[in-house]
Design a protein around this ligand. Structure first.
Ligand code: GCU
Length: 603
């Protein structure tokens, strides 16, 4: 690989985004900007806390122009809406778990927050949202400043020239209706938590600020960093320093007329790994801005049929996780929520977490990295996506860019996952996902890029893994539910494999079956009674099956905790929960947990 490739990507990609923004402008849309990197360590004022809300189940607030916040002017006036006198919702947080009338709500909620602005001249101000599910329109003092689509990635608006001195009001129209041409589409097996689910901040910067940077090891190298720093603002050409005090390292560079500097240096790093999750304090400095981050260095690659971490083969002991706090029955977003999930993964013996099926919060990513967990970061391309609809490919790119932009300096992230269980028969599926793969590799050549597929055939005790999309995936990632959705066709230990791309590593990205913790209402060898023994037997058989898989590089049970999913309607055993957890939603360990724990202990 040529050194320069990584460095050239940035401007290329920015041109694509600018083209997309121009198109949206022509079609009347005002779109949010991709958020600046490393928001956690910037000069910010939190807008978290209580926000006033108006519930709008019929969507009538749009016609009434709720964002204008009209007040009666004369004696005969009245206004048929008002935030005053209504409920409050906590931000961040999903709305469903906060008000019982919103428990199963899919629709519009209007949020309002006032803030006091004291911005000094020469400074810039950005309104940053960690995530809002799913669509939002944002108004500042009655004027629309833009919209965003996508429930799990950050976005921002620059409000320097729009904000008033003193009191200002933000109104956000949040809508979590399922969108046929959305990502995900209308059908998915998790709870549709709506609302302003992650932090909201005002971020203050100097007139020229460090917008973005990429500081990671060059692919295949253990001591050489190859990256870049991107300035934003009038003073494009600046001297840049990247410092790592613990290594006595100082790298100097200069940004060009587009504000971009290539950064290249070598050092004897203590490499990040699950056993030693070493992170360094890294200071990125320009003449007008300074940012501190905590960055680790490791290499990840596929060589032949193996996955190599820091040049050595690694077995990926993984578990699937949804971003739900099982004890609160709510969207997980706090560091403490993340710890509940990640500690349970550690206790199981994992070195890897698949954060399914959408980008989880930055808190989770940073916490996992600190704990020595490798991370699988995924965009919500789930099953039936309308790839033929012309609005879908740009959405795919934008969501991928938003996720990668936020997480690209997290060495814990080793996989960009671009799709889960899509089907070759869906028009334009292959074209759209192949092109997305190429974009992803252009943006970052240092990580694995993966598609998860479940189109394999299983008959006569033989798996035929044939999907052409695997050609573009670094791993043959297979979801299979033998023993649950598909009965065994013979002895698991005698299973045969035909794999169209036989030289790639194989990762079982999902397997498992359901059990209701403690269920003992019927025969334990029948699926219909959701017994722990039945699930346990699936796991025992699966472990025998793993022994037959050529190039197996890891496995990932579905799933860590039982989680809410309204399509699960068996009212005796499921009651709105997908029961494939190794742990119940109360944290009880099922029998299968011990099987998996033992398997990982011996790996
Ligand atoms: C799919 C999907 C999971 C889902 C699981 C199940 O494979 O990827 O999100 O929940 O099936 O059926 O439980």
């Amino acid at each position: 690989m040529k050194n320069i490739t990584t460095v050239r990507k940035k401007p290329l990609f920015r041109i694509q985004i600018v083209a997309l923004l121009c198109l949206m402008h022509l079609t009347g849309g005002l779109h949010a900007q991709t958020a600046m990197v490393n928001v956690l360590n910037r000069h910010k004022t939190s807008l978290n806390g209580n926000w006033q809300v108006i519930l709008d189940p019929t969507g009538i607030g749009e016609g009434k122009q709720v964002w204008q916040e009209k007040k009666p002017q004369k004696k005969t006036d009245f206004v048929e809406y008002s935030f005053d006198g209504g409920p409050y919702l906590k931000v961040p947080g999903d709305f469903n778990s906060q008000l019982c009338e919103l428990t199963y709500f899919e629709g519009t909620v209007w949020y309002k927050k006032q803030f006091n602005n004291t911005l000094q001249s020469g400074k810039r101000l950005f309104l940053h949202f960690g995530a809002v599910n799913y669509l939002d329109d944002v108004y500042l003092n009655g004027e629309k400043i833009g919209s965003h689509e996508g429930g799990f990635t950050p976005f921002q608006f620059e409000i320097t020239d729009k904000v008033k001195t003193g009191s200002n009001t933000i109104v956000v129209k949040v809508n979590n209706n399922r969108q046929a041409n959305g990502l995900p589409g209308t059908g998915y097996d998790w709870f549709n938590y709506g609302g302003i689910t992650r932090d909201v901040d005002l971020i203050e910067t100097n007139s020229s600020y460090i917008e973005d940077y990429f500081i990671q090891l060059k692919k295949g190298c253990l001591n050489q960093v190859l990256g870049w720093v991107q300035m934003n603002g009038a003073k494009a050409a600046q001297n840049i320093k990247v410092k790592i005090p613990e290594l006595n390292l100082l790298c100097k560079a200069r940004t060009d007329e587009k504000g971009l500097a290539k950064v290249e240096f070598s050092a004897r790093f203590k490499l990040w790994s699950p056993e030693t999750p070493k992170l360094y304090k890294v200071i990125v400095e320009s003449e007008s801005d300074t940012l501190v981050d905590t960055i680790g260095f490791r290499s990840i690659e596929v060589k032949g049929n193996k996955v190599l971490l820091n040049g050595k083969p690694v077995f990926l002991k993984a578990v699937n996780i949804h971003e739900e706090n099982p004890y609160k029955k709510a969207r997980a977003y706090l560091i403490n929520d993340a710890r509940i999930l990640l500690n349970a993964a550690k206790e199981l013996g994992c070195n890897f977490v698949r954060l399914a099926h959408y980008p989880h919060s930055e808190n989770t990513i940073r916490e996992a990295e600190k704990m020595g967990l490798m991370i699988w970061d995924e965009i919500p391309v789930f099953q039936h996506i309308q790839f033929l609809d012309s609005v879908v490919p740009p959405k795919l790119e934008r969501m991928l860019n938003e996720m990668m932009c936020r997480d690209k300096n997290r060495c814990g992230v080793i996989v960009w996952s671009l799709s889960n269980e899509t089907y070759p028969g869906t028009p334009n599926r292959n074209e759209a996902l192949i092109s997305l793969t190429a974009k992803c590799r252009t943006l970052d050549s240092t990580r694995l890029v993966v598609h998860v597929i479940n189109t394999q055939e299983y008959k006569d005790n033989t798996f035929n893994v044939w999907d052409p999309l695997y050609k573009y995936s670094d791993l043959i990632a297979i979801n299979e539910y033998i023993g649950w959705y598909d009965p065994w066709q013979g002895q698991p230990s005698e299973t045969k494999w035909q794999i169209a791309f036989p030289d790639k590593p194989v990762f079982i990205s999902e397997f498992g079956g359901e059990a209701l913790s403690g269920s003992n209402s019927g025969p334990t060898d029948e699926a219909a009674y959701w017994s722990e023994e039945y699930q346990e037997q699936i796991y025992k058989n699966q472990i025998e099956l793993f022994g037959t898989i050529p190039n197996l590089c890891g496995v990932c049970p579905w799933i860590l905790f039982d989680y809410r999913s309204l399509g699960r309607m068996n009212q005796v055993y499921q009651n709105g929960y997908n029961r494939k957890g190794l742990l119940s939603e109360k944290g009880e360990k099922k029998k299968a947990w011990y099987i998996m724990h033992e398997f990982y202990k011996n790996k």
